[in-house]
Write a protein that binds this ligand. Structure first.
Ligand code: SF4
Ligand code: SF4
Length: 334
C-alpha cells in the first residue's frame, strides 16, 4: 500500500480521485470503481502497490507490439484491478478483483523488479501490461523511472482511460504504447465497458503528439461493434488523427467473463481487415494462429519484410533503420 497520487480531499473525510475519467468521490472506507484505490482515514491509498499477478519475460510481439524492436524480449509485469468493467474481459481473474479477494500474487519492490530485468541478456526493458497499468500508476512510475535511468525502454499496454495530467506525467518515461480502442460509439463504452470513448480518443492524440511509438488494438465482437460503417469511421479517424502508418491490431474475440456471444468468424474478421487496409498501411490480425496477416508487408512495394511464425521472427527484408531492402521505402519501426 502507498499513498495515491492525483487526489484531493473534499468535505467530511471524502476524497476525489483524479487519476482516471471516473473521477470517483470516495467516502471514508470506500473503494473506487477500480476496486484498488481506497479512502482510508481521509487519505487515498493505492492498495495494489507492489502486488504482482505476473512477472515474466515475453516476446514484444505478444503485447502486441509489432513495430517496436521486433523480435526482442521484454520483462512484463501486471498487478490487479481495472478502471473498466468490460463484460468480455479475458483477464477478469486479475482485472475484476481486489486485494481482499486476490490470494495469489507476490509483492516485489521496484528495486526487485529492476533486478529481475537483468536476468535475460537481451531484455529490452519493462512492459506494464495484463491488467490496466493506470490503476497501479504509482508503482508503474517508480519502476519506469528506474528502467529509464538504466537506459532501457518502457511500454504501456492500456485501455487509454486515463486523465490528461497523469498521462502527461508518465509520457516522458514511456517509449511505446498499445492502446485499446474498443469501439467507436459512446453507447458501447457506456454499456459494455462502463467507461467513455472521448477520453480514450484524447489519450491517443496526446500520445501521438508526444511522439511516442503507438499501436492500436481493436477487438471485433459480433453484434457488439461489427457495424461496418462505424468501424470505417473509426479507421478514418485513426488515419486522420494518428496517421496512415498507425499500426492496427484487429483481434478475434472469444467468449470470456460475462459474454457468451459466439467467437468472431474468420470471414467477418477478414472482411473488416480488408476495409482497414484500404486506409491504413499496417493492419494485423490478432488471436488467429498461423495467419499470414502477422507478416509485415512494405507499404510501398508489397513485399514481406518481417515474417512471423508464431513468435519466431525473421527480419529478412528490412535493415536496422527500418528501410525496406526491396525498394528503400522507410517503414515505421522504432
Ligand atoms: S483510478 Fe480508480 S478510484 Fe481513481 S477515478 Fe479511476 S476508478 Fe476511480
Ligand atoms: S480494459 Fe482490459 S483489463 Fe480492463 S476490463 Fe476491459 S478488457 Fe479487462
Amino acid at each position: 500500500m502507498t499513498q495515491a497520487l492525483y487526489y484531493e480531499e473534499i468535505d467530511n473525510g471524502k476524497v476525489q480521485c483524479r487519476l482516471c475519467p471516473h473521477n470517483c468521490i470516495l467516502a471514508l472506507g470506500d473503494r473506487g470503481n477500480c476496486d484498488v484505490r481506497k479512502n482510508i482515514d481521509g487519505r487515498l491509498i493505492s492498495e495494489n502497490h507492489g502486488l504482482c499477478s505476473a512477472v515474466q519475460f515475453e516476446p514484444i510481439e505478444k503485447k502486441p507490439l509489432y513495430h517496436f524492436h521486433p523480435g526482442s524480449y521484454i520483462f512484463s509485469i501486471g498487478s490487479i484491478g481495472c478502471n473498466l468493467k468490460c463484460n468480455f474481459c479475458q483477464n477478469c481473474e486479475i482485472s475484476q478483483t481486489s486485494v481482499d479477494r486476490y490470494v495469489s500474487g507476490q509483492y516485489y519492490s521496484p528495486e526487485e523488479i529492476i533486478g529481475m530485468t537483468a536476468d535475460h541478456p537481451e531484455n529490452l526493458g519493462v512492459a506494464f501490461t495484463y491488467n490496466e497499468p493506470t490503476v497501479y500508476f504509482e508503482y508503474m512510475t517508480e519502476i519506469a523511472e528506474a528502467t529509464k535511468a538504466k537506459g532501457m525502454k518502457n511500454v504501456m499496454i492500456s485501455n487509454g482511460f486515463i486523465n490528461e495530467r497523469p498521462l502527461l506525467d508518465i509520457l516522458p518515461f514511456m517509449d511505446g504504447f498499445n492502446i485499446d480502442l474498443k469501439a467507436f460509439t459512446e453507447s458501447f463504452y457506456k454499456t459494455i465497458t462502463k467507461g467513455h470513448l472521448k477520453p480514450v480518443k484524447e489519450a491517443l492524440i496526446s500520445i501521438k503528439k508526444a511522439g511516442k511509438h503507438l499501436e492500436v488494438t481493436n477487438l471485433l465482437i459480433p453484434s457488439q461493434n461489427d457495424d461496418l460503417t462505424k468501424f470505417t469511421e473509426m479507421i478514418l479517424w485513426i488515419r486522420e488523427e494518428l496517421g496512415k502508418d498507425t499500426v492496427l491490431h484487429l483481434s478475434r474475440y472469444f467468449p470470456a467473463y460475462k459474454s457468451d456471444i459466439q467467437k468472431t468468424s474468420l470471414g467477418l474478421l477478414f472482411n473488416f481487415c480488408e476495409t482497414a487496409r484500404q486506409y491504413l498501411d499496417y493492419v494485423y490480425l490478432g488471436n488467429v494462429t498461423g495467419s499470414e496477416s502477422q507478416n509485415t508487408i512494405c507499404s510501398n512495394c508489397g513485399k514481406i519484410v518481417i515474417s512471423r511464425y508464431g513468435y519466431f521472427i525473421q527480419k529478412n527484408g528490412i535493415d536496422s533503420e527500418g528501410i525496406c531492402l526491396h525498394c528503400n521505402n522507410k517503414i515505421v519501426i522504432s
